[in-house]
Design a protein. Structure first.
Length: 291
């Protein structure tokens, strides 16, 4: 979901927001309550339709987030905290800030309910709340140019040291791929690393709202920024070994070992490779994904 959708198709946007939030809170012990208010016209009642959404309210132990919508006045986004029956703090927010906070609260609640911080990151990604950004794909048919341009596409969107790691990884891949071209499985492993493992890792981080990525802390004190650095370090170490093996003409043995390692390290639960290709951004960035 993007802010442009919220303006162009308010009801479609609100219905999608409710659907994804409900999915994020699917665990029965989630410590949050989602309330949706609707306006049903006579034609809605006759046709059995649920009606137009007029308000979404998420109540957690920390605060209550409310998003109201009326065709005449547009969106009214706010947050408030209560003590007993009294409201002790109330703030009006912009829609973008409200959505980021809404995503943060849902993801945190989902992770706490499951006792797994990786769950909170998946819940946040499932919401799909982000602004349109440049693509992070590395296409098999445009492999060299996509790898060459990848650093520029993440510049300013990753921590500086993570951006530097992306540059080192892409340089190594560009040097390795010609050496293993046509060599069977080593070639497949190198291409899979370039087109799946690296871009999926980057998308998983970049799909997280910026405020949450910078400020949220997991129970162990780590952040999504820490996690993406760790994932890139793992990739860089593997690609370095891959490159050394190719240079030493020992790719058949060493690259296969690397391939098994990367498949285990970056596989997503029980998804097979074809499903993984069809679900970009599904690599989990979070402490729960550490080996």
């Amino acid at each position: 979901m993007t802010l442009s959708e919220a303006v162009d198709n308010p009801q479609g946007f609100l219905h999608s927001l409710v659907e994804r939030a409900t999915r994020a809170l699917s665990t029965p012990v989630a410590a949050a309550r989602l309330t949706v208010e609707r306006r049903r016209s006579l034609s809605d009642r006759l046709a059995g339709r649920p009606g137009a959404i007029t308000e979404i309210r998420l109540a957690t132990s920390r605060e209550t987030l409310t998003l109201a919508y009326a065709p005449s006045s547009g969106y009214d986004a706010s947050t408030h905290r209560e003590s007993g029956r009294f409201v002790i703090e109330q703030r009006t927010l912009t829609l973008g800030v409200w959505l980021t906070r809404f995503a943060d609260r849902l993801a945190t609640v989902a992770g706490q309910a499951e006792g797994d911080t990786a769950v909170s990151v998946r819940a946040l990604q499932n919401l799909g709340i982000h602004s349109p950004v440049g693509r992070i794909d590395v296409d098999e048919t445009n492999l060299e140019s996509d790898l060459q341009s990848l650093r520029g596409r993440v510049e300013g969107r990753l921590p500086a040291d993570a951006t530097a790691a992306v540059e080192r990884i892409t340089t190594l891949l560009l040097q390795t791929l010609p050496r293993v071209a046509g060599s069977g499985e080593p070639d497949v492993i190198a291409r899979r690393t370039a087109t799946i493992y690296l871009p999926d890792t980057l998308r998983a981080y970049l799909d997280i709202p910026a405020g949450w990525a910078h400020e949220h802390r997991f129970a162990d004190g780590s952040t999504p920024e820490t996690a993406v650095r760790e994932q890139l370090a793992v990739l860089e170490a593997a690609v370095t070994r891959m490159h050394e093996a190719a240079v030493l003409s020992d790719s058949a043995a060493a690259l296969l070992i690397n391939g098994r390692f990367l498949a285990d390290r970056f596989a997503v639960s029980s998804l097979d490779l074809d499903e993984h290709r069809s679900q970009p951004g599904s690599v989990v960035v979070g402490p729960g994904s550490s080996p």
